[in-house]
Design a protein around this ligand. Structure first.
Ligand code: AMP
Length: 368
């Protein structure tokens, strides 16, 4: 319930008028954290309710510490004009019963009305980085009183080449401030930006667990148990398959398959829960550096694997736990590269396949 949060009545009234019955998962988790003044790193996509997740507590905090000067105290950076408009509209609606003002700043339009709005005094600035930097350079905006910074869709801002303006804007902010970062994906660049900007952040991840990355093409081969190894050999013979991560259900199965593949002449590493940490690290680095073309793994080992741009995943056996299917194939199709995942499914695994398809909410296409 929204009334469980320590938000003032005017905010709850606005929420009620919007017909929001229940907080969404990101709101449930982010609102208390932001109200506490903590930094936040959130994995959340558009459509999850993330705007209200930061807007509501920011409005509450601004009201708790009224200020006589009219220089902005909250800054929300977004990648595009469309998102800026959307965020500004949401803020306007949520703040409709509060005496707070926001300015909307983006490029490609006349700067004059923006300069006028800033000079009248605002509490919140919603901006794309490039144009805001211009206003900073002409001193049309004063960022020295910003207490809260939001980087919304941080991954897209980096993709769009905004890292330099962002850094320059941040250099103009007080070092003592609260910073909230929202991103749909977590590349190395995002992680290092977060490390530079956030202080002891609370991490929230509500990205949809039950759907594979959109860029993965996943298929099922129906095959009997004895046919799996020959089929895998044929799949691996494909020149396009530079490297492959092959999942088995058991440690024993992983060892046995790795031995067979090694006998076939494949450079193969194996990783599972019975291996020492040193052996796991070695297997992973052999694979990452290309000394092993194939990595055979069990689910336990798969969770923490960070292999970027792995194009090919094979489920030699389907996992025990349906959700693990998503973890497994989530190893591919990362960082915008297209991935492929194939599952070799024998008759005794049909129940498992049905359970997985239930979690996914759709059938996995069958390959022939
Ligand atoms: P966002 O992810 O912030 O772009 O929000 C996506 C949509 O969800 C917007 O249209 C919001 O108005 C709507 N929304 C946000 N929070 C809630 C909620 N608690 N209940 C219902 N709808 C919501």
């Amino acid at each position: 319930m929204f009334s469980d949060f320590t938000l003032r009545p005017q905010l709850l009234q606005a929420v009620t008028a919007l017909a929001y019955d229940e907080p969404t998962p990101i709101q449930q988790r982010a609102i208390p954290v932001v109200l506490e003044g903590r930094d936040l790193m959130a994995a959340a996509q558009t459509g999850t309710g993330k705007t209200a997740a930061f807007a509501l507590p920011i409005l509450e905090l601004l009201m708790r510490s009224p200020s006589l000067q009219r220089s902005p105290r909250a800054l929300i950076l977004v990648p595009t004009r469309e998102l800026a408009t959307q965020v500004s509209d949401s803020l306007g609606t949520l703040a409709q019963h509060l005496p707070l003002r926001a300015a909307l700043i983006f490029g490609g339009v006349s700067a004059r009305p923006q300069i006028d709005a800033l000079s009248r005094g605002v509490d919140i600035v919603v901006a794309t980085p490039g144009r805001l930097l211009e206003h900073l350079q002409t001193r049309a905006v004063d960022l020295s009183h910003i207490g809260v910074l939001v980087l919304d869709e941080a991954d897209r801002m980096l993709d769009m080449g905004f890292i330099r303006p962002i850094r320059r804007l941040i250099a103009a902010l007080p070092p003592k401030r609260q910073t909230l970062m929202f991103s749909a994906t977590f590349s190395d660049d995002i992680r290092s930006l977060a490390q530079a900007l956030l202080r002891d952040p609370v991490s929230i991840d509500i990205s949809p667990r039950n759907s594979p990355p959109a860029l993965v093409d996943h298929r099922v081969y129906h095959v009997d148990s004895a046919g799996k190894h020959p089929l895998l050999t044929r799949l691996l013979a494909n020149e396009d398959v530079k490297q492959s991560l092959v999942f088995t259900r058991t440690k024993h199965g992983a060892n046995r398959l790795a031995q067979r593949l090694a006998r076939d002449g494949h450079a193969c590493a194996v990783i599972h829960g019975n291996k020492s940490q040193a052996a796991r690290t070695r297997a992973l680095s052999d694979f990452k550096q290309g000394r092993a073309r194939i990595l055979v793994a069990t689910d336990i080992a798969a969770r923490g694997l960070d292999i970027s741009e792995l194009p090919h995943v094979v489920n030699f056996e389907l996992p025990h736990v349906p959700e693990d299917y998503v973890h497994r194939i989530g190893r591919t199709g990362r960082a915008g590269s297209r991935g492929r995942a194939v599952s070799l499914v024998s008759r005794d695994e049909h129940d498992r396949l049905r359970a997985i398809e239930k979690v996914l909410g759709h059938k996995i296409p069958v390959a022939v």
